[in-house]
Design a protein around this ligand. Structure first.
Ligand SMILES: Nc1ncnc2c1ncn2[C@@H]1O[C@H](COP(=O)(O)OP(=O)(O)OP(=O)(O)O)[C@@H](O)[C@H]1O
Ligand SMILES: [Mg+2]
Length: 428
């Protein structure tokens, strides 16, 4: 039996359709590689849950390492500082790369420890006395001592890497929207200061987060707005097909064009859905050897399994929402058009658009809905609206058959004909 090559919720075996973004990152890093100077302001990829931010960054990390960079990775979490982690990851990266001559390792270790102390390490949990004082008031300026410690860390490590023949240092910061404000202020201030001596600092920081990230950065430091923000779109149909066909091809298994089209149409370019659907198809079809072919019948047979997985995820999202957030989502789901205007939501709920501002923003922050053009919003993941309709109705919404959205009920359903025009094109 062949292993299932799809990875719902994990890194994809084939990262499809991200050439443009990868080029952008390479361009950003090539300045460091070539001139040994700082790449530029923070580069941040934005997008809803499941669109592929982490996957892109991990691929960029691999690529950077292949080009002689030393890299460190941190993921922010709500209500937790991330700088202690950043310091220890950068330290670990230098250690693992083993670039320091034996005689310098001891003094470097001491140096790192003194920097780490500023961030409450080695415990990694408690913050230092100065930091604790600075964290008392919401408007307190970021700790000067922490800013200079962060500058020292980034400057010293990146120039060490360079001096030992490496290209430079790249720090990846995932889940930036969840970053603690004070920590973010320290990092942004440190970067700002380092940019003043860019030729001495061969480093870059690349981040990713939900669409709310720009606001979080600006809130931490006004010049956070000078970061470069790039929105990660859904995959184009050809890339969606490559995301599904590629991992199978590595095992000698082929998807028919009709099967690829059916999955692409169901997923509407959404990477997480592509993985769930392809994974479920494979689980049910169990191709056992080279030369096997997966067709629409197999995709159809895999749907209940895919639906189960998605239903659990949607249920968790719904359960985590407040009453008012649910009311907004319910209106959006009932309206049933790809995008819904704010005015329409307000009218249906009998409230002013302003009154709905907070819950609407919270839904956007959580990556459940996203702005789509002037005054409009839409669900980020195809299929959630259908789940809501079914949950509210307590029965399947048959009227929605063939709208290109994945039914999440347990009943059997048919895939729409592959030739259905207008399908297979991701909504943007
Ligand atoms: N370019 C791609 N080609 C194929 N599969 C992809 C691609 N990008 C992401 N995926 C798949 O989509 C799913 C979601 O990817 P990922 O975890 O990177 O998204 P994310 O934007 O970081 O989501 P979250 O906000 O929840 O962290 C994973 O199963 C991954 O394998
Ligand atoms: Mg992620």
């Amino acid at each position: 039996m062949l292993p299932n090559p799809y990875a719902p919720g994990e890194l994809p075996r084939v990262l499809a359709g991200r050439e443009q973004q990868q080029d952008r990152i390479r361009g950003y890093l090539s300045r460091i590689g070539t001139y040994g100077e700082m790449g530029g302001p923070l580069l941040v990829f934005l997008g809803p849950r499941g669109v592929g931010k982490t996957s892109l960054l991990r691929e960029a990390q691999r690529d950077a390492e292949a080009h002689g960079f030393i890299t460190a990775w941190v993921a922010c979490r709500r209500n937790a500082p991330f700088l202690p982690d950043l310091v220890s990851r950068v330290g670990k990266a230098i250690e693992t790369a083993d670039i320091l001559p034996r005689g310098e390792k001891g003094s470097w270790k001491l140096r790192l420890e003194s920097i780490a102390l500023e961030f409450g390490l080695p415990s990694g949990v408690k913050v230092s006395a100065t930091a604790a004082a600075d964290r008392s008031g919401a408007d307190a300026p970021p700790s000067g001592a922490q800013i200079s410690a962060m500058e020292d860390l980034l400057h010293e490590t990146s120039s060490q890497v360079r001096a030992r023949g490496g290209a430079g240092l790249v720090v990846f910061v995932d889940e930036l929207h969840a970053a603690a404000r004070d920590d973010l202020a320290v990092l942004l201030n440190a970067m700002q200061n380092l940019a003043g001596r860019r030729e001495d600092n061969p480093l870059a920081i690349i981040g990713a987060g939900l669409p709310s990230t720009p606001g979080v950065l600006v809130n931490a430091a006004t010049f956070g707005e000078r970061s470069t923000f790039l929105t990660l779109p859904r995959l184009e149909p050809a890339a969606a097909a490559a995301a599904v066909a590629g991992p199978a091809a590595e095992l000698g298994v082929t998807w028919t064009p009709a099967a690829l089209q059916a999955i692409a149409a169901e997923a509407q370019g959404f990477p997480y859905l592509l993985q769930v659907l392809a994974h479920a198809t494979w689980e049910v079809a169990k191709p056992s050897g080279t030369g096997e072919v997966l067709d629409v019948g197999e995709v159809q047979a895999g749907l209940p399994l895919a639906d189960d997985q998605l239903t659990s995820m949607y249920a968790a999202r719904w359960a985590a929402a407040t009453e008012l957030e649910r009311q907004i989502m319910a209106v959006m789901a009932r309206v049933g058009t790809p995008t819904v205007t704010r005015a329409e939501i307000a009218e249906q709920l009998g409230r002013s658009t302003q009154a709905l501002g907070v819950p609407r923003e919270r839904l956007i922050d959580k990556g459940i809905i996203e702005p789509a053009g002037r005054g409009e919003v839409r669900f980020t993941m195809p299929g959630f609206d259908r789940y809501i309709r079914e949950t509210l109705a307590g029965e399947p919404a048959d009227a929605d058959q063939g709208t290109g959205q994945l039914a999440t009920g347990r009943r059997r359903r048919e895939l729409p004909p592959a030739s259905d025009p207008g399908r297979g094109t991701p909504r943007r």
